[in-house]
Design a protein around this ligand. Structure first.
Ligand SMILES: Nc1ncnc2c1ncn2[C@@H]1O[C@H](COP(=O)(O)OP(=O)(O)O)[C@@H](O)[C@H]1O
Ligand SMILES: [Mg+2]
Length: 503
């Protein structure tokens, strides 16, 4: 009978989960097959099929029989999941796998190994494995299971809910935004501001908003605040790649690196100059929309800047996000970097490049690359470094963090900018030194207020709506809520085709 083969590194993650994650509850050691089944489930959540590279048999790994894995012909196991697994994989791959045992086994192995690899890169022993799985496997379900109504709530129910949390307020204006309704509140007392901020979760509960609650923000008038109440997702106004392309036609021509992550609460395009940021952290739980946000920023830049003005360095340890950009003329070193070793190497090159640029600037007698360009003495392209899953890379290779810190500290005048995406920034992977040098932040939805504080230095991101809903804090500016533009694979392909065609 066919078997599923794993590699030595697959076995390592299985052991880690056995020891730390699942093993705690039982006195005897946990069998391995439940972990492999969870890995299969995790892999099926990716929209692209797993790599053929996972077919390889590794002499120092392990092998699993189908009796163990699927309960096939196993008298000791009460259930046989063979048909179920085969049906799942047939649907996923759009192929009839019933009767083709060899292909079925192949796909099963690819998925299990990809799932294990995903566990290895995204689960850390400091996080409870069950909690992690809950977030990874159920995050979309949780987000769609909202109970929010699609009509704006009437004024009196909001005012009464406010009274329930001890806030005396009068609603002075109601505005329909893209995903939510904004109520402009006039507070009876300045202390109501604090009571409102503290009582938001309870307010959301009273109004039946489910997990995604109401958010408040200050206005320029002292006793006036905005209360934003979400509508159900069916009633959202959506913004796509087509809108992004229109906005880019009308971009601010003074800006060096114009980017559009999405729209503000009222549905107006929100843009900023990444050159002023000058570095950006994008944080949020899995499925919150980090990668889509990165694509929106990247497409904005590719559209606005020629390869002579802009190079992008793309680092993506999961290999899924940046592959489509292979071959674009803006690509630094002509490659998308997909592993920690290469990432350390290319970041090392960039540190060296920064040093060379600094010398060139001194020689030309100018302060930074903008001055150099204006005086026509030097024409250096800006370099924007995009890093997906920063925490994974930092955990895999110690050098990477110090390279990122060096770049963040000094790259501004040399025209080198960082955009770092990460799931769960914590002291280990987003240290004080890196934090203080990455001043601009985008927080997508997170699980807890404490995570919001790490990303944003403020709470609030735990109340966001998912799917690209974000809080943006640019250097020296108040926090702003933005709904992300939804960039798809087709939009990326179009952008890539356009820039390739231009040269
Ligand atoms: N701006 C958006 N509008 C609507 N849906 C979105 C948006 N951004 C993300 N999503 C949805 O969320 C999913 C996960 O987004 P992704 O960027 O891959 O998350 P992450 O990188 O944080 O794991 C997407 O496949 C899409 O279905
Ligand atoms: Mg992602």
């Amino acid at each position: 009978m066919a078997k599923v083969y794993t590699s030595a590194s697959d076995e390592e993650i299985i052991k880690r989960i056995q020891n730390k994650g699942l093993g705690l509850r039982t006195s005897t050691s946990t069998p391995k097959w439940p972990i492999l089944r969870l890995a299969l489930t995790r892999s099926l959540k990716f929209s692209t099929p797993p790599d053929e590279g996972l077919d390889r048999r590794d002499s120092i790994g392990s092998e699993y029989s189908f009796e163990q894995l699927t309960g096939q012909d196993n008298k000791a196991q009460p259930e046989d999941f063979t048909d179920l697994f085969c049906a799942l994989l047939s649907v996923y791959h759009n192929e009839n796998l019933f009767g083709d045992d060899e292909r079925y086994a192949k796909y099963l192995q690819r998925h299990i190994r990809r799932g294990l690899r995903e566990f290895a890169t995204s689960w850390r022993e400091s996080h409870d494995f069950h909690e992690y799985l809950y977030q990874e496997l159920l995050s979309d379900l949780r987000q769609s299971a909202q109970t929010i109504s699609d009509k704006p709530l009437d004024q009196s129910s909001i005012e009464s809910a406010l009274r329930d949390i001890g806030v005396q307020a009068e609603i002075r204006q109601i505005q329909e935004g893209a995903r939510l309704t904004r109520y402009r509140l006039y507070l009876a007392d300045v202390n109501d501001r604090d009571r409102l901020n503290k009582g938001l979760q309870k307010l959301g509960f009273i109004l039946g908003l489910g997990n995604q609650g109401a958010l408040s923000s200050g206005t320029d008038e002292s006793r006036t605040m905005n209360l934003d109440i979400p509508r159900s997702s069916e009633a959202w106004q959506r913004f796509s790649g087509a809108e992004l392309r229109t906005w880019l036609q009308n971009r601010n021509s003074e800006w060096r690196l114009p980017v559009y992550p999405g729209v503000d609460v009222m549905g107006d395009p929100f843009d900023f100059d990444l050159a002023e940021a000058p570095h950006l952290l994008v944080g949020g739980t899995t499925g919150s929309g980090k990668s889509v946000t990165l694509h929106a920023l990247l497409i904005s830049l590719l559209h606005s800047c020629s390869p002579a003005d802009l190079q992008v360095c793309l680092i993506d340890p999961k290999r899924v996000e940046f592959n489509s950009y292979q071959g674009i003329p803006h690509l630094y070193a002509n490659q998308v970097v997909t592993n920690a070793g290469d990432a350390a190497e290319i970041l090392g090159h960039l540190v060296a490049e920064m040093g060379i640029r600094e010398e060139q600037l001194v020689k030309a007698g100018v302060r930074d690359i903008d001055e150099a360009r204006r005086s026509h003495r030097l024409n250096l392209p800006r370099i924007v470094i995009f890093v997906e899953e920063m925490a994974d890379l930092v955990m895999q290779n110690e050098e990477i963090e110090s390279l990122l810190v060096r770049l963040a500290q000094k790259a501004r005048s040399a025209g080198i900018h960082l955009v770092l995406a990460t799931q769960r920034p914590d002291a280990e992977t987003f240290s004080g030194l890196l934090r203080s040098n990455i001043p601009s932040r985008i927080a997508l939805t997170v699980q807890k207020a404490s995570e919001s504080r790490i990303i944003l230095d403020d709470h609030g991101a735990e109340l966001l709506l998912g799917r690209g809903d974000m809080l943006v804090r640019l250097i020296g500016q108040p926090i702003k809520r933005v709904h992300g533009v939804y960039v798809t694979i087709d939009d990326i392909a179009l952008a890539v085709k356009t820039v390739k065609g231009r040269t």
